[in-house]
Design a protein around this ligand. Structure first.
Ligand code: PLP
Length: 397
């Protein structure tokens, strides 16, 4: 097939819910992707922070193909080894007590929300089921996680949304306290760097004060690490850089390096909330995905995580050093980077793509960079050269 064949077939038969760029990708190697005509793209996107090991990682490939041959699926009526091993690794490396596995970020957040409501119901009875989220947040595309998402643009068309969500201002502790003062709140859910909202890092003091406030009132702290998690910010989970102990952590995107996998980690005080029959999903803990996750966790050594932090610093300081008028700010942690621009972010990402660099947009004015965690210095430099050329062009317009 040619690029155009794939694009035409897609447009004819796949429902038109995505704003796609006119690029069809056939294969990848390390952090470089190729279309059907052999044009190459440096990957500063990783899907959307999913392909954490790039393309062709041997350990990951061996793990998932061996598991596919042995046993691809069983259901959760039986026990399997990969899910059990992946769960132990995640708990050992986070201090959490247990995990519920699922297939996506929205589903992980649904699980976190259900867990928080049942925790509160078990302890305090009905009437304490509200969840506070932050403006500019993004928590998923199901009816409930759209309700949780603190952006009005997502609260359209699909009424009625799930009730029981209240919104507070990020980096404003007084706002969180005031929203919680109604006494009906069982949890605060937030991303530590708001990803889709624009790569907006929350203030450390805000995070720590909200954590303390929640602890004092037995309000659960739910951290949505669907985007920030699994090495993306230079530690296994982002919360580990903030000296906080969340009650619940959701994750997905990068955990299985391209396979659909996610989960909800629960602290010791929350690990008993789900009793048999209260929560489930057919594919949760799928052995192939779990084998992929074990391979990812094996690759994310302290050395690799330190490299992620260092490569992120390198990218941010390179971009800042160009001092281009079109760049309004450079933000982020590790390899989750936001470049604020005064031109159209979508147009700029299109121009980068034409020139062989895949990047993402975020928020209203941000180019978002999330390369594979294993990207090489040479690939970073090749990507930076394209970014510099395009942004320099916009600066002189
Ligand atoms: C992507 C994302 C989600 C939704 O994940 P899906 O796998 O698309 O359902 C939820 N929360 C955050 C922070 C995300 O970045």
């Amino acid at each position: 097939m040619t690029n155009q064949d794939v694009i035409q077939l897609t447009n004819e038969y796949i429902l038109n819910s995505y704003k796609r760029f006119p690029v069809a990708l056939e294969r990848g190697e390390h952090a470089t992707l190729y279309d059907f005509e052999g044009k190459s793209y440096i990957d500063f996107a990783s899907g959307i922070g999913v392909c954490s090991l790039g393309y062709g990682n041997e350990n990951w490939l061996a793990a998932i193909t061996a598991q596919a041959k042995k046993l691809p699926h069983t259901s959760n009526l039986y026990y399997t080894e990969p899910a059990a091993q992946a769960a132990k690794l995640l708990c050992d490396r986070t201090g959490m007590k247990g995990v519920f596995f699922c297939n996506s970020g929205a589903e992980a957040n649904e699980g976190a929300i259900k867990l928080a409501r049942k925790y509160s119901y078990d302890k305090y009875g009905a009437g304490r089921s509200d969840i506070v989220t932050l403006h500019h947040s993004f928590h998923g595309r199901t009816i409930t996680t759209l309700a949780a998402t603190g952006q009005d643009v997502f609260h359209d068309f699909f009424f009625p949304f799930t009730e029981g969500f209240l919104y507070a201002e990020p980096d404003d502790v007084a706002s969180v306290k005031s929203v919680c003062s109604c006494g009906t709140v069982c949890a605060v859910m937030m991303e530590l760097i708001q990803g889709e909202g624009g790569v907006l890092p929350l203030d450390k003091a805000f995070i720590q004060e909200v954590a303390q406030f929640c602890k004092d009132r037995d309000i659960l702290l739910l951290i949505d690490e669907v985007q920030t998690g699994v090495g993306r910010t230079g530690t296994l989970f982002c919360f580990q850089q903030f000296g906080i102990k969340p009650d619940v952590v959701s994750f997905a995107k990068g955990i299985a390096a391209g396979l659909p996998f996610g989960g909800v980690l629960a602290s010791a005080s929350c690990a008993g909330v789900f009793s048999p029959g209260t929560h489930a999903t057919t594919f949760g803990g799928n052995p192939i995905c779990a084998a992929g996750a074990i391979a990812v966790l094996g690759e994310l050594t302290p050395e690799l995580l330190a490299e992620v932090a260092e490569k992120g610093e390198y990218l941010r300081s390179a971009i800042a050093s160009w001092k281009l008028p079109v760049v309004s700010s450079v933000r982020g942690l590790g390899l989750m980077i936001g470049v604020g621009v005064t031109c159209s972010h979508r147009e700029a990402v299109g121009a980068l793509m034409d020139n062989g660099l895949l990047a993402l947009t975020a928020g209203e004015d941000t180019i978002r960079l999330m390369p594979p965690l294993t990207i090489s210095k040479a690939e970073i430099d090749a990507g930076l050269a394209i970014l510099k050329q395009i942004l320099t062009g916009y600066s002189s317009k």
